[in-house]
Design a binder for this molecule. Structure first.
Ligand code: PGA
Length: 244
């Protein structure tokens, strides 16, 4: 199935559209299994989901979540950990049950064994209904960097220099950016029944164009989404520039 692309004017509209999409899925299935992403792109969407909960009663009490990734070595209290991000941006402000939220454990004693456990937890929850994604400038999804095999599962990965530099803005220095992370694999992501990818800004235009129209190649990990039966991109005008 070709990727469905919805082009919206700007980041604000993208955030509202994405939140509405998730809210609709949640109203249709209150015990939705939701895959979540971090980074700056979904922040506006999470803000709107919080508003929908607080002002319109959107109910997360039965929702189960699985995050895509986490830095290896960062404790959950670390301000740059994705555990911290998820609490601050979403979980602390909605009625989700903490025991229903799952984020890869950056401190797992045996990270390899832990990755298997994470896969088992997703399976035990019945699989992911709707997976939210961002996209890196280099076309990564989760921390599946260029070269990641299409059949990859949840595993420990080494971050590329591009990604570490892109994320250094959140840390005091580049040296503080972790070198490794745990990420769901591309095959794990592809098993989600529906995928919603968000991209905003000109810096994402090339990756978006190559993901949608380019050859399917592990050099542009998001291009695997061309094979997904139900994948939608919501992109703003700047990120849509390369789509022609
Ligand atoms: P960003 O990151 O939302 O901070 O641009 C997206 C990603 O790297 O997946």
């Amino acid at each position: 199935m070709p990727i469905k692309v919805i082009v919206v004017k700007d980041y604000e509209e993208l955030s509202l559209r994405a939140a509405r999409h998730i809210a609709k899925a949640l109203r249709a299935k209150p015990n939705l299994v939701l895959g979540l992403a971090t980074g700056s792109t979904p922040e506006g969407c999470y803000r709107e989901l919080v508003r929908l909960h607080q002002e319109e009663g959107l109910d997360f009490s039965q929702v189960v979540t699985f995050n895509l990734d986490e830095y290896l070595g960062l404790p959950p209290e670390h301000e740059q950990s994705y555990h911290y991000y998820m609490r601050k941006k979403l979980f602390d402000h909605i009625n989700i049950r903490p025991e229903n939220t799952h984020i890869p454990d950056g401190l797992a004693e045996d990270p390899e064994a832990y990755c298997q456990e994470y896969e088992a937890m997703i399976r035990a929850a019945g699989g992911i209904d709707l997976q939210l994604l961002g996209i890196g400038r280099n076309g990564h999804i989760g921390f599946n960097e260029p070269g990641s095999p299409f059949d990859s599962r949840t595993r420990v990965v080494k971050l590329t220099e591009t990604t570490r530099r892109d994320n250094a803005r959140f840390f005091r220095s580049l040296e503080e950016v972790p070198i490794h992370a745990v990420t769901m694999g591309l095959a794990t992501i592809m098993e989600a029944r529906e995928i919603l990818l968000l991209a905003s800004g000109a810096s994402k235009a090339e990756a978006v164009a190559r993901a949608v129209k380019g050859p399917k190649t592990t050099e542009l990990p998001a291009s695997i989404l061309q094979d997904h039966a139900n994948c939608t991109f919501i992109v703003d005008e700047a990120a849509a520039e390369g789509l022609g």
